[in-house]
Ligand binder design. Structure first.
Ligand SMILES: [Zn+2]
Length: 241
């Protein structure tokens, strides 16, 4: 293959995309070069427009256009009383595609303790509390992954919402242990939504974290300490009702 720096750079970039390696990247590039007008030009223009105009909403965390209000949290025609909390935008899209949920979304942008660099402040948890207080929200559905990080995040949010007396539920049956929302099929997702469980009754929380394998888990009073020490805990922790 000829050594053309522009192509080499493009191969490196496309290879970074999910599910694509250098072989796929070369095929994509050849397809674009052979279809300059129909593919390459509009693709380059669209990428540029998305780069300039699409941002993450700093209230709900979903994607929005720079030039218009957020369709998820600022659309005045919507009048939902439920918020579904997810980790990532791909989770929101998966749930939307299943049509199992009608309500607002709140996209955290990650989980607590999923890496040492992930800070609590980076997640939109404070913004979630604000939204719940400001709007007539009756239920917060925690649709975080069934991973240790996802469940830790769900428990932290549940704890943060304790004083609001709002119903808090989380997805239950259907979620495989260690599974991620975005990889579930529609049937599993629908089952998980239909069988979601309440996490609180009244103002008092009825759920406590339970050690799954061994060791003890006490609800931390200082989550910043928890965030730095939690990844070092050797056993998996799961929460049951
Ligand atoms: Zn928004």
């Amino acid at each position: 293959m000829q050594n053309i720096p522009e192509i080499e750079n493009l191969i490196k970039l496309i290879s970074k995309l999910p599910g694509l390696g250098p072989k796929s990247a070369k095929r994509i590039i050849l397809k674009m070069i052979n279809n300059r007008q129909e593919l390459m030009k509009p693709l380059a223009q669209n990428l540029s427009e998305v780069y300039k105009n699409v941002i993450r909403c700093n209230i709900c965390g979903t994607l929005k256009s720079n030039s218009s209000p957020c369709d998820n949290c600022e659309n005045v025609t919507k009048n939902f009383n439920k918020i579904c909390v997810v980790e990532n935008i791909s989770d929101q899209w998966a749930i939307e595609n299943s049509s199992v949920f009608q309500g607002y979304f709140h996209i955290l942008g990650g989980t607590l303790s999923n890496s040492n660099t992930q800070k609590k402040e980076d997640l939109l948890i404070d913004s979630l509390i604000e939204r719940v207080k400001k709007n007539d929200i009756e239920e917060v559905i925690l649709a975080t992954s069934a991973t240790v990080e996802g469940q830790t995040t769900a428990f932290y949010i549940q704890d943060s919402l304790k004083k609001t007396n709002i119903k808090v539920s989380k997805l239950a049956q259907g979620l495989p242990v260690g599974g991620e929302i975005e990889s579930l099929d529609d049937g599993t997702l629908i089952s998980a939504f239909k069988n979601r469980k309440g996490l609180n009754s009244g103002s008092e929380s009825s759920i406590k974290p339970t050690p799954f394998i061994s060791g003890t888990f006490e609800q931390p009073t200082d989550w910043s300490i928890h965030l730095t020490t939690y990844p070092k805990i050797p056993c998996a922790l799961f929460f049951s009702s």
